[in-house]
Ligand binder design. Structure first.
Ligand code: NCD
Length: 310
């Protein structure tokens, strides 16, 4: 099997198709552990992982922690309210102090795009990006790919519509990188106020004028949350107006292929980007995404540690 040569995983942009295939294959192998009675293997015993989360997180942080524990690594969680960032310490100083305690991996979420490249220059341990500003969210991208691959058995040739706040979405950027490397066709739609000026430059994507155009005959419809915390000022007249033009409901979902997958990275604003009928409906794979997140993160931790086996 191919070898994973990266010490860090900061962006899917930095990985090759082969790297992505390897991470997905490892996740497929490891996920069986998650349904055992005793959900633990000694693979990363003796490794120390610091989860450094400067931004809110429910799924990603819990998932990284569970992934580490299932592989027997020791984990430490640091959150903004309890870290010295509140006392004015720079990221570089925090990094050097944490490094002095000899962790093997720092998993970080940070509001500043690109902050992980800065961190990686300061430390000798591995760095994994759990989301940086509006830049990338590689573990989410990988779990999205795995969830699509589970349903279709392939990623090549799929039509994937990504709808919503593209400008502020790191999930969209990682999905675009991962999907286009794997041969999927990505269609983007969102209000003009939430579409970056040169959206075509995000990758080999088709930018659509309407949501209808994006979801027509799609195999997958990926809805995004409106990132109000990054917008500064609100970019939509009101939630009702938004959901009328860019919300997914049972009616417009019929435009996609029969049985098309519905996905969302969470957290969901029910009734805004998606109606509850769709969130809880038979085409929704949202909780499957969360389930796959643990396996994908196990694979990421495993490979940045050099794929060493106990
Ligand atoms: C996403 C994030 O934080 O980027 N959530 C997640 O990690 N599952 C998407 C979002 O916040 O909208």
């Amino acid at each position: 099997m191919a070898e994973f040569k990266h010490r860090n995983i900061i962006a899917l942009r930095d990985l090759t198709k082969g790297d992505i295939e390897l991470l997905l294959a490892t996740a497929e192998n490891l996920r069986e552990i998650n349904s055992r009675d005793i959900k633990k293997v000694p693979t990363l015993r003796g490794k120390t992982i610091i989860n450094l989360f400067y931004e809110a997180s429910t799924r990603t942080r819990t998932s990284f922690e569970i992934a580490a524990k299932r592989l027997s690594a020791d984990t430490v969680n640091i959150s903004p309210s309890t870290s010295s960032a509140t006392k004015g310490e720079t990221l570089a100083d925090t990094a050097l102090n944490l490094l002095a305690m000899k962790p093997d991996i720092i998993v970080m979420r940070h509001a500043v795009s690109g902050s992980h490249y800065h961190l990686a220059k300061k430390v000798t341990c591995s760095v994994i990006n759990a989301g940086d500003g509006a830049h990338e969210h590689p573990s989410q991208g990988l779990l999205d790919l795995l969830t699509m691959k589970d349903k279709f058995g392939r990623l090549d040739g799929l039509k994937v519509a990504i709808v919503g706040d593209i400008t502020h979405s790191r999930v969209a950027r990682s999905d675009i990188q991962g999907l286009t490397k794997m041969g999927s066709h990505v269609y983007l739609a969102g209000p003009p106020t939430m579409m970056p000026p040169a959206a075509e430059r995000l990758g080999s994507v088709t930018v659509c004028a309407t949501m209808k155009e994006a979801i027509q005959d799609a195999d997958v419809v990926m809805m995004l949350r409106i990132q109000q915390e990054r917008q500064g000022k609100t970019l939509m007249p009101n939630a009702r107006e938004y959901s009328r033009y860019f919300g997914l409901n049972p009616e417009n979902l019929k435009l996609a292929k029969p049985g098309a997958m519905v996905m969302h990275p969470g957290p969901i604003n029910r009734g805004v980007e998606m109606s509850s009928y769709v969130v809880d409906g038979s085409q929704s794979h949202i909780l499957k995404q969360v389930e796959n997140g643990v396996a994908v993160r196990m694979a990421m931790l495993y490979h940045v540690c050099g794929g060493e086996l106990e």
